[in-house]
Design a protein around this ligand. Structure first.
Ligand code: FNR
Length: 180
């Protein structure tokens, strides 16, 4: 099963990237997880959307070819980071490749709230007419990781908290069923 991942942080050492890499490795026998390049995308601009710069089309193709999409994102100022919103805006136009695409959300923060507000905003955004992603229903399937410093190993840069990993195992199995 091909899954494209969008990561909402460009930071070296990003916890959210570490979570995505943990998932890529842990579910290697279940998922072919490809991390999409959103760093190279230009700012969305309606004047160039029909003839976009080089990075845009491969990005859209990656998402279109995926069986499902995983978004792993931090929360910035109680919402979605601009770099992720920019990528989502590209996905909402022309071929509208997210319409009907199975999608799951995860997020990590060093603080107590674990990206809850960003995830709520993201769910609203993804319901808009140009997006209409098919979201994994949240009941029992939210991946909201708080207090990151306690749960990630700073040597291996991977999520190591056992109960969090077991929860993610269950959510990923539900997502596979949901996509299938
Ligand atoms: C943050 N951070 C943050 N955290 C949070 O829980 N709620 C928030 O609203 C914000 N707002 C915010 C704004 C900006 C501009 C920055 C740079 C940071 C802290 C954030 O959770 C922390 O930096 C994470 O480590 C970012 O995720 P990555 O880069 O580790 O994946």
């Amino acid at each position: 099963m091909k899954i494209a991942a969008l990561i909402g942080s460009l930071r070296q050492g990003s916890y959210n990237m570490q979570l995505a890499l943990t998932m890529k490795e842990r579910y290697i026998n279940k998922l072919d997880l490809e991390i999409a390049d959103i760093r190279s995308l230009p700012f969305f601009d309606q004047d160039i959307e029909l003839n976009p710069p080089q990075a845009v089309r491969p990005f859209l193709r990656t998402i279109a070819a995926a069986d499902g999409v995983l978004i792993v994102t931090p929360e910035y100022n109680w919402s979605v980071p601009g770099v992720l919103k920019n990528a989502i805006d590209w996905l909402s136009r022309v071929d509208k490749v997210l319409i009907g695409k199975p999608l799951m959300i995860a997020g990590v923060s060093p603080g107590m709230m674990g990206t809850i507000r960003a995830q709520l905003h993201l769910r609203e955004i993804l319901a808009s007419p140009g997006l209409q992603a098919k979201l994994l229903p949240p009941a029992g399937s939210e991946i909201i990781i708080s207090s990151a410093a306690l749960k990630f190993d700073e040597t291996t840069n991977r999520l190591v908290d056992e109960s969090t990993l077991r929860h993610i195992d269950r959510v990923v199995d539900k997502f596979i069923e949901f996509v299938g």
